[in-house]
Design a protein around this ligand. Structure first.
Ligand code: ZN
Ligand code: ZN
Length: 239
């Protein structure tokens, strides 16, 4: 397993140093070589500017009445620089399902850009994959996203802090209540001593995965838990 991880790491580093020079979206020349997106496309990304400051849910109207994090939530706060909309709904699956690493430098920039220099953490923890899924995919996208965040914050990356107990039913197909139930006991954690944690994942839909991970961390003795994801799924349209 360790050898496989080393080989993957070499493959990923090679892919990152061999990136296309054209804008990932419009396919014109990239102005910013580091993020591989031209200025115009960068502006057109689905920025999550009108969001709840606590749960990052994209809001179109006043802040009242949305499905926010519960009062007693183990997850203190959730940040998401983008809404899960076009083109993220194509780029993130391309990374996860087709191992397309072309988007990673951009994702790294977006996550690091979203960080507030005032935030203080003791550990950066990616949401883990179950080993069986990890073996199938070859990498954990949350870990790939967490690495530069940890480096940027000069905070240790704790990839093995949390463990996924079972490869349960695909969360995507479940409703919110079912998701929370499905995730009960989904994680286990090594003992902690009050460390403040920043959880990292690619997308938050209901936030159930992050809430369950935070609960597990708190039970193991962590301090405050916050989370940063690349994109937050907007609430369903009311009919
Ligand atoms: Zn462009
Ligand atoms: Zn909220």
């Amino acid at each position: 397993m360790r050898r496989l991880k080393q080989q993957l790491s070499v493959c990923i580093d090679r892919s990152l140093s061999n990136l296309p020079s054209r804008c990932l979206w419009c396919k014109q020349q990239a102005v910013h070589s580091q993020r591989n997106l031209c200025d115009q496309c960068y502006q057109m990304l689905p920025w999550n500017n009108r969001a709840c400051p606590r749960c990052a849910l994209p809001l179109s109207g006043p802040r009242t009445g949305h499905n926010c994090l519960p009062q007693n939530s183990a997850l203190e706060r959730l940040y998401a620089p983008l809404r899960y909309a076009r083109p993220l709904d194509q780029w993130i699956p391309a990374l996860k399902d087709s191992s397309n690493l072309n988007y990673l430098p951009l994702f790294h920039k977006l996550l690091c850009h979203a960080l507030d220099p005032a935030w203080q953490y003791d550990l950066v923890v990616p949401i883990p994959l179950h080993w069986r899924r990890l073996l199938g995919r070859g990498f954990n996208q949350a870990e790939l996203l967490a690495r530069p965040v940890a480096k940027h914050l000069a905070t240790p990356l704790a990839s093995r802090c949390l463990k996924r107990n079972s490869a349960r039913t695909n969360q995507k197909e479940l409703k919110r209540a079912e998701r929370l139930k499905n995730l009960h006991g989904a994680f286990s954690c090594r003992p902690l001593e009050g460390q403040r944690i920043l959880l990292i994942d690619d997308v938050a839909t209901t936030g159930a995965t992050l809430q369950n991970a935070a609960q597990c961390l708190r039970r193991a003795g962590s301090g405050e838990v916050q989370a940063l994801v690349l994109a937050r799924t907007p609430p369903p349209e009311k009919s």
